[in-house]
Unconditional design. Structure first.
Length: 132
């Protein structure tokens, strides 16, 4: 059986984990913390020894976990809803991050970017529509 009633009810997405290479934590802190304005969340001691770092903003939680044979996610990505997408695009551009606008999703302004280790990120903002 699939769908409703198929077992454990899903309540919410707790976090998204992106793989990162070892030794890039400070670079990632500057990007996710300073450029994106996210707050670093302390990792539990048992997990902190593995490296990486965690960030949150509103209901969005990203775990950046060290992967030995790291390869950036080129297709898979978190889709992060924002308010003030043009200002965010300008901030990313000013920091040297790529910004590629995409008009293929109706009802949204959106663009793709990359974090400093090459992971793909999508930022989107619903477009207000008038019913007049």
């Amino acid at each position: 059986m699939t769908g409703a009633g198929a077992g454990c009810p899903i309540e919410a997405l707790d976090h998204v984990q992106l793989a990162v290479p070892a030794g890039f934590e400070d670079t990632l802190r500057a990007f996710y913390g300073d450029v994106l304005g996210m707050t670093e969340i302390p990792k539990p001691a048992a997990l902190a020894v593995r490296g990486g770092c965690w960030f949150a903003a509103g209901s969005v939680v990203l775990h950046l976990g060290v992967e030995r044979d790291f390869r950036p996610a080129r297709k898979a990505h978190p889709g992060i809803r924002v308010h003030g997408i043009a200002a965010l695009a300008a901030r990313l551009t000013a920091s040297g991050a790529p910004v590629t606008w995409d008009t293929d999703l109706p009802g949204h302004r959106r663009f793709h970017s990359e974090d400093p280790v090459g992971n793909r990120l999508e930022f989107l903002e619903p477009v207000e529509t008038s019913t007049a």
